[in-house]
Every structure is written in structure tokens, then in C-alpha cells.
Design a protein around this ligand. Structure first.
Ligand SMILES: NC(=O)c1ccc[n+]([C@@H]2O[C@H](COP(=O)([O-])OP(=O)(O)OC[C@H]3O[C@@H](n4cnc5c(N)ncnc54)[C@H](OP(=O)(O)O)[C@@H]3O)[C@@H](O)[C@H]2O)c1
Length: 318
């Protein structure tokens, strides 16, 4: 049996690392330009020691924003459980240096109260997330998607009350269309719980937050924007250039289908590869750089299945 050494975070995590922190909208919060997401690879589906190595590597390099949702991991909830163990074994002394987010909005448990945007669901889901992560509070709690069948005021008031209860310090919304986003921004501001951040899918292959005016709105109103799947789940990397590796997300044929690996994509990747070579960047770095260049983007939220991938992604801050 291998023994794992007690974790002492690198004393150089803020001095020697290249990490750059961006102000999140017009708030007091600074977030790293590259943040780490725990959607894939960190639940029971991945070896715990790999999850630990990636998380330690991130923190040792100044990456202090970790993003979760209630349903991350296989089975749902297991990514938060992995982090609960990491809190106990590695990160408890560093709690005040960490910015931990979680969300509720997609199906989490059976029956009418385990999905969408009711007060009942959001409040009980956050309680469950805190238990799984062994935390007293999260730094940021999101409504994971807009619920057209619940009064918008009910969802938003739940967010306000969650902050008033001290269970989250800030609130955000994710995947909401523009009009409800406008309403959310006004409602929350009137109650002195300003909308900290919007989380949306933005990458070179999917520019909806730009096309729909969401990024502009956030920028204009001083709301931060964090881009999820900035590598299009791995499509915008060298991962699929020569086939579909057995250990890749695409090989699982669930969230990333093999039909996405088209001749058009491959020729786009070859162009990106050539452009990257001229700039001294990999395909992934070109893709991340593009997202970070968009006006109003605070941070890119990357996933990783290895320390090497994360290291390559962090290097765009150099
Ligand atoms: N709010 C929402 O609705 C929502 C939705 C989706 C995601 N998110 C958040 O965004 C985070 C990131 O999403 P994502 O995992 O789809 O992001 P992504 O960064 O677009 O894709 C990550 C995947 O790309 C591959 N990869 C990463 N770096 C690489 C590199 N340098 N070279 C080659 N391959 C590389 C890995 O695939 P392999 O695993 O195949 O190696 C990795 O798992 C999630 O963890 C979650 O926190 C939020």
C-alpha cells in the first residue's frame, strides 16, 4: 500500500506561480484566470489519488477557485464527497484561501423536490452539498438553470435567504436566458445581495453568451462571467487529433459523443495547431486564450483528467 504524505501547501503558491487574479465584476472578489471544475473525473469514477494530485497541484499553483454542483461525479454527489475527504485530509487549514462554489438546478433526487428551481429544492440541496463537502458554508451558490415553471421571485428569494442564513457568501446564476438574467440582477440588487457572477458555456465552438448579449450585459452591469467548458469538453485540444483515446470523455459516449469528431472539426484543429505553433501555444492554450480575450470574462473553468493537462492549461497565464 502506498502512503500519501501529509499535505503542506507550497509556500510559493502566490509568489512563484504565474497565476493572475481578475476582479469578479464590480465586487471585492478576485478569481484566478483559470479555475478548476469537478464535473468529470473527481467522483467515484476516478481514482481518489488522482483527484487529490490534481487538486493539490491546482492549489500549489495559486488556483483557489474550485467549482462543483450537487450532481457532479458518478454517482451524482460523489465529486462533492471526494472534496469532503480532501477537506478533512488536506485543505482544512486553507479554508479561508479557497473559493468553493456549488449549484442546484438539475435532477438530483427522485420526486418533485429534487430538480429545477423551487425554494424547497435549492435550500435542501445546499444543505446536502455542505454535508458532502464537510463545509459550514460555500463561498458561492448558483441556481444551475432557469426554471420557467417556478415564479422567478421564489428562486431568487431562496438565493437571498441562503446568503442571509450564512450558508453562502455570494450567489450566481448559470445557464439563465438574458431576460430572466436582467430580472435576477435587479431583484438581487434591490435586496443587497448582488449577483456576483454568471456561469455560461463559452468556447470557440459555442459563442452563445456573446451572441445572446449575456456577456455584454454582465460586463455592463459589473457582474462577473465565468466560462465553463472552455475547451468544449476536450474537443479543442490535441486529445482527438489521432482518434478517440480509450480513457477520454468521448470514449464514454455520454456527454461528448463521437459524432462531434467530424472532418470539419479536425481541419479546424489543424488550423488552430498551426496558429498555436506560431504563437508558442498548444491547441488547448489557443482555445483558452481566445475565451480569456473576450471582454467581460473573469475566468475560464477548466476540467482535467491529469496533472499534465492542468499544468498545460495553467501555463497560459505566463
Ligand atoms: N454550469 C454548467 O451547467 C456547467 C456545465 C458543464 C461544466 N461546468 C463546469 O465547468 C467545468 C469544466 O467543464 P469541462 O470539463 O467540460 O471543461 P473543458 O475544460 O472544456 O474540458 C475538460 C476536458 O478536456 C480535456 N482536457 C483538458 N485539458 C486538456 C489538455 N491540456 N490537453 C488535452 N485535453 C485536455 C480533458 O478530457 P479527458 O477527461 O477526456 O482527458 C478534460 O476532462 C466543470 O468541471 C464544471 O465545473 C458547468
Amino acid at each position: 500500500m502506498t502512503t500519501v504524505s501529509k499535505y503542506i501547501a507550497s509556500p510559493e503558491r502566490y509568489t512563484k506561480s504565474e497565476v493572475i487574479y481578475n476582479r469578479c465584476g464590480k465586487s471585492g472578489v478576485l478569481l484566478p484566470k483559470v479555475s478548476l471544475g469537478f464535473w468529470h473525473n473527481f467522483g467515484q469514477e476516478g481514482p481518489f489519488e488522482r483527484s487529490r494530485a490534481i487538486t493539490r497541484f491546482a492549489f500549489d499553483h495559486g488556483i483557489n477557485h474550485f467549482d462543483f454542483a450537487n450532481n457532479y461525479g458518478i454517482p451524482a454527489g460523489s465529486a462533492e464527497e471526494t472534496f469532503g475527504r480532501l477537506m478533512d485530509e488536506d485543505f482544512r487549514p486553507y479554508r479561508d484561501e479557497l473559493f468553493i462554489s456549488t449549484k442546484a438546478g438539475y435532477l438530483m433526487w427522485d420526486g418533485p423536490f429534487g430538480d429545477w428551481g423551487s425554494r424547497k429544492y435549492l435550500m435542501s440541496s445546499l444543505d446536502q452539498s455542505l454535508q458532502r463537502m464537510h463545509l459550514d458554508y460555500v463561498d458561492l451558490f448558483y441556481s444551475h438553470r432557469f426554471d420557467p415553471n417556478t415564479p422567478i421571485e421564489e428562486t431568487l428569494q431562496a438565493l437571498v435567504d441562503i446568503v442571509r442564513q450564512g450558508k453562502a457568501l455570494y450567489v450566481g446564476i448559470s445557464n439563465w436566458p438574458l431576460e430572466p438574467l436582467r430580472k435576477a440582477h435587479a431583484y438581487l440588487r434591490e435586496r443587497d445581495v448582488p449577483l456576483l457572477i454568471y456561469q455560461g458555456r463559452l468556447n470557440m465552438l459555442n459563442r452563445e453568451p456573446i451572441e445572446q448579449g449575456i456577456l455584454d450585459f454582465c460586463h455592463g452591469q459589473g457582474v462577473g462571467f465565468i466560462a465553463f467548458s472552455p475547451l468544449a469538453q476536450g474537443l479543442l485540444t490535441d486529445r482527438y487529433l489521432d482518434g478517440i483515446p480509450a480513457d477520454s470523455r468521448m470514449a464514454k459516449e455520454h456527454f461528448l459523443k463521437s459524432e462531434r469528431r467530424t472532418p470539419e472539426l479536425l481541419s479546424y484543429l489543424h488550423e488552430l495547431e498551426a496558429k498555436g505553433k506560431a504563437n508558442g501555444r498548444t491547441i488547448a492554450q489557443e482555445a483558452l486564450n481566445w475565451v480569456l480575450e473576450q471582454k467581460g470574462v473573469t475566468s475560464v473553468l477548466v476540467g482535467a483528467s491529469s496533472v499534465e493537462q492542468l499544468a498545460q492549461n495553467l501555463a497560459i497565464m505566463k
